[in-house]
Structures are given as C-alpha cells and as structure tokens.
Design a protein around this ligand. Structure first.
Ligand code: SAH
Length: 225
C-alpha cells in the first residue's frame, strides 16, 4: 500500500496533470476532468514506474503492451460523450485504467482483453477501487462481445488496419464508435456514427497505439494465443 506522504504527492501530480496536460490542451468536459482527477493512475502502472504515472506519455505495462497517455484517455472519453447509464464496449482492457474512467463517468462498461494475465491484474485493480460492476472478458475483441450487444458506444484502444465490421454491427442506432485505424506504427483516430442504419466517419487526430491482434485486426504472426 502507498503511505500517506506518497499519496499526497500522487494527488498533487494528478491535479497538475489535469490542469497542464488536459485542460490547457482543450479538454473541456467537466466530468472527464473531474474523473481524471480522481482515479489513481499510479495503481495502474507497474510498481517500478509509479513515479512516472502522471508523465505526459504512454508507459509500458508488460506483455509488450502500454497504458495510454493521459491526454489520449481524456480525449477519447470526451469524444465518446459518455452519459450515465450508457452501455460502452471497450476493446483492449489493458490495465483497466480507461475502463475505470468510463465507469466513473457513469457508463455501464463491458471490456474485452485478449491477454489473460493483463485481464487478471486489471480485474484485481478494479475490484480494489470498488469497480467490480465493470464486466470483463478474455477474448478476441476485434469481434466485439456479441452476447451483450448492441452498445451505445464502442471504444477500441488498440490500432486496427480498418474499422472492424463486427463492431459496426454491434453498435446501436445513434451510436458512436471510436477506433484508431491505419498502419501498425501510426494511425488516425476515427469516429464512426450510425444513423438510420448508415455510418459516417470523421477523422479526429493522429495517434499511435499497439496493434489490435485478432480476426478483424492484425493477424497474429505465430498463431492465436
Ligand atoms: N485501455 C488500456 C490500454 C490498452 S493497450 C488501458 O487503459 O490500460 C491495448 C490493449 O489491447 C492491450 O492490452 C492488448 O493486449 C489489447 N488487445 C490487442 N488486440 C486485442 C483484441 N483483438 N481483443 C482484445 N484486446 C486486444
């Protein structure tokens, strides 16, 4: 457990992150800023990296995966327009940080992760924070999570070669999907909206995520694990 002195330091670093990395760069949604100021990001990174938890960058979290930069988490959360009670599917649980933010914004969160060990750690952290309401599943999330579909919102936190059709199928009428699309080393964040059965795509910004590995993502080099 963190001692009290450390907790005060982390709380201060968190407030500075919200002010300097988020508010100053144009994140306006008061709820997103509030929740980013509440969730202890230091609990979502490996112990050896805790002092870097509030730095303006993605951090390695093991298994060749990363926790996204705070700004990108806030940006995607804002663009998702989460309101209390909205059903959100996240593809790529990773550490569980983005899922925690969405749940604290009031969403009913379903999150899919393909790497079992990451999912197990995420589950533990989320329980510690009292967020056991988040439903987690170990599977190929490029195929969505059909059992609980459709979703009002879908957020993909790994880069796909193209928008996975399964995710469009699992989106509600009036729903919104945010997904990084492009090459494996550079993508653009795309917002897909479904209205009257038709979809429109808006390009948001350049970004760089780890690969979405799966049937409707990048094929795994050496078989599926
Ligand atoms: N949202 C996470 C960061 C995600 S990093 C957080 O807040 O910490 C991207 C994650 O997507 C990795 O954990 C990776 O294992 C996972 N991933 C990649 N392809 C996937 C797939 N097809 N289905 C589910 N998860 C996948």
């Amino acid at each position: 457990m963190l001692d009290e002195g450390h907790e005060a330091d982390y709380a201060q670093a968190r407030q500075a992150m919200v002010r300097d990395q988020l508010a100053r760069r144009g994140i306006h949604d008061a709820e997103v800023l509030r929740v980013m100021g509440e969730i202890p990001r230091e609990l979502f990174v490996p112990e050896s990296m805790r002092d870097a938890a509030y730095e303006d960058r993605a951090l390695p979290v093991g298994e060749d995966q990363t926790i996204s930069q705070p700004y990108i988490v806030a940006y995607m959360s804002e663009k998702l327009e989460v309101r209390p009670g909205v059903r959100v599917l996240e593809v790529g649980t990773g550490t569980g940080y983005q899922a925690a933010i969405l749940a604290r914004l009031g969403a009913d969160v379903f999150s899919v992760e393909r790497i079992q060990s990451l999912l197990a750690s995420a589950r533990q952290r989320l329980e510690t924070l009292g967020l056991e309401c988040i439903r987690l599943c170990c599977a190929d999330g490029s195929l969505g999570w059909p059992r609980h579909a459709p979703y009002d919102r879908i957020i993909v936190t790994a880069g796909a070669p193209e928008v996975p059709p399964a995710l469009i199928d699992q989106l509600c009428e009036g729903g919104r999907l945010i997904v990084p699309v492009g090459r494996s080393d550079a993508q653009t964040l795309v917002c897909v909206e479904k209205r009257s059965g038709r979809t429109t795509e808006t390009v948001l910004l350049a970004c760089r995520f780890v690969r979405l590995v799966g049937q409707q993502g990048w094929g795994p080099p050496d078989g599926y694990d």
